[in-house]
Design a protein around this ligand. Sequence first.
Ligand code: 26Q
Length: 826
Amino acid sequence: MKKQKIGDLTANEIRDVDRKELKVKLESYLANVMHTTFERATAEELYKGLATVVNGQLADQRMEFNRKRIHNHRRKDTSKKIYYICMEFLLGQSLKNHLYNLGETEMVEEILQERDMTLEQIYDCEPDAGLGNGGLGRLAACFMDALTADGYDATGYSLCYEYGLFKQMIADGWQMEVPDNWLPGGRVWLNAREDDSFKVKFYGDYHEYWEDGRMKYNLEHVQEVEAIPYDMFISGADSKAVNKLRLWLAKDWDGFDMASFNSGDFTKAAQRTNSAEMITKVLYPADNIEEGKELRLKQQYLMVSASCQNIVRDQYAIYGTLDNFEKNTVIHINDTHPALCVPELMRIFMDDYGYSWDDAWKKVVGTISYTNHTVLAEALEKWNEGLVQSMLPRIYSIIQEIDRRFKEEMNTRVFPGDWGKINYMAPLGEQKVHMANLAVIGSHHINGVSALHSDILKEDLFHDFYLWVPERFTNVTNGIAYRRWLCQSNPALASLLDETIGSSYRHKYEKLRDFAEFKDDASVQAEVEKIKRENKVRLGKLIKERNGIDVDPDSLFVVQAKRMHEYKRQLLNALRIISRYQMLRNDPTIDMRPETYIFGAKAAPSYYLAKHFIQLIVKLGQEINNDPVISQKLKVVFLENYSVSVAEKLMPATEVSEQISLAGKEASGTGNMKMMINGAVTMGTLDGANVEIREAVGDENIFIFGQKAHEVEQNLREGYRARDYYEQNDLLRDAVDALEYGFAGESFSNIKSYLLDPSYSIADPYMCLKDFDDYCKVHQELQDAYEDRARWNSMSIVNIAEAARFAADRSIDDYAKWIWHTKPIV
Ligand code: 26Q
């Protein structure tokens, strides 16, 4: 929509024209597609209508942007086309975001006023696009947002899962998974491009032979699957750019097995169709854990092959050659899940375009960069060689050659004779394909997602690679789409920022830092406190609706919201809450500010222990909340089905951000940044990006406890004995013992044994007991600080201001400058 003055029209008049135009489009959709009118339409119909109109506007804007893109390519500019490949994009809802980015929120609000409806009612009709598990998938979504806001030419590639991450229901404390059928409400954003599909080959009989001095091969009896693209537009705040996220849907290529059908075997014919279409049926719900399932590998290769074919075809169409491919193209792989890009691009360059191995390899390594998101051993991807060989025979053969050449180079030039090192670094070994090794070898840059994590990559996980090619290793600290997580989720705080520092921070993230100047300004402090309280009241209403619990908006809101995982130590938080509960039971008259502990967490469906941790929190909550005396001072809330849209309501109301993972285990964290930018103060360990949060705000504006990463390593090496801590600390022992008696009629002796005498592995592997004492002490300091309202509000202001550096725009600046070597095009 045009913003400038046209002819004699004033800005207000232009807005009137735009609003009328938008309403006419909406009415026409409602009449022609929904067979209703604006006056009669339900909220659901209005959502679909508005979404369709907005999608149309984005399509128009995309055409304009395409002109710029083509012009840019013709000029042979120094900017490249960026392809961001990721198995997960956790987008959440889109309507609110697009309206904000297009500057149309008020306009639509006015239209809805005619119906006595609010935008919130309409937003509530949109299902989350939950095409991701957690941090990694949400990061990809935040990055697409920043790439677009900042005017880059970028395309995201992923899969069009029919079912996103399961919906969580809690029954008697136990997590139940319900399928997430998001498409009925979500497909309004999907633009099917059936004309632009690619075929992907699986299995088959593979034979290599030599002819004219070249290796050739036959591949017969393959299973061909069609990958059909569904495109979603990505908008950016006030940006001329509109980018695309291309989601592949698997379809049986033959559509139907005619031979079986004709011979009367209808069931078999239909089954064949089903098998290909299973590939994109559902998102794997495991987070930070490797699941070596055949279907998962198929998903990865479908995404990789369709995307690489698409990229190469498009670049060839633009330039008429692939000779400069690596100068025009960035392919970024988000974790190792798309690491088959390395052999797949080799295949395309050699088999389809006739390049030699060496020329193809130069292109691959010149194009691909890789971000690592974890150092947890159980999350590192390894695939059975036999599986890869049978499912992807040509790809396997290329991996073997990459492996052979790699070992040869290492043995002749880098680590001669050091087969310990060489085997540890190789793509193949112990009958497995080591995806991280493949990714490192095939990339020109490898980055971690926080300073600490990137150091651990260099010093530990990828140390030998670092010795070989130190220049490939770098850091890009994660960031968040702050316009979504601050401006859209917390409009009151955004307005206060407009009034104090001006609205330029909405485009230039650095400007947010100016807010720190107001840290001692009593009236701004009072405003910050008032806004937080209003947000707490709003969250309180949601909690009342969803959980039936009354929470006191004047209590301290302590929040831990993230996937349920041992290493994230929700259990440590729970142990401390148990201890608070016991303190109150001993003396209910203690004079204290009431405390509200809020959790949100999904467990992977097969992660039994994590499900028990959820049950512990829920049952502990039941017992505490139902105690008429204790519940005056203590409440525990487990928010079911934590998701992007729940997070958007939770972040603005958070006062204490619990980031208490065992040091060295959380690669970065991004929830920590979302809470910080909403004025929460961090209670955390020196892990992931917490280290940088502390540098940003200073020691006086954060509460840090527990072992440092190097101490953890040392303590584990020296032999960690959880029981010592249990025996030495009365409060801790009482809390751990209480697990056995249980809560609300449920015993948790299994968790007690996990902490003290497990049947496998070591007791308390993530050292909750060792860090308990320090956690309690520092938490008390935090709570004392909270009672000095001026001090706390000032801390809150500093946290908001210094969150500037955790804008995804800053991360994208870093990637563009240090890794991709490219620039925006508009
Ligand atoms: C792998 C193989 C088979 C099936 C599933 C997977 C799989 C899926 C998802 C493995 C890992 C993930 C997700 C990892 C993840 O979300 N990591 C988080 O990434 C964030 C963004 O960088 C960081 O902030 C978090 O610290 C990190 O835990």
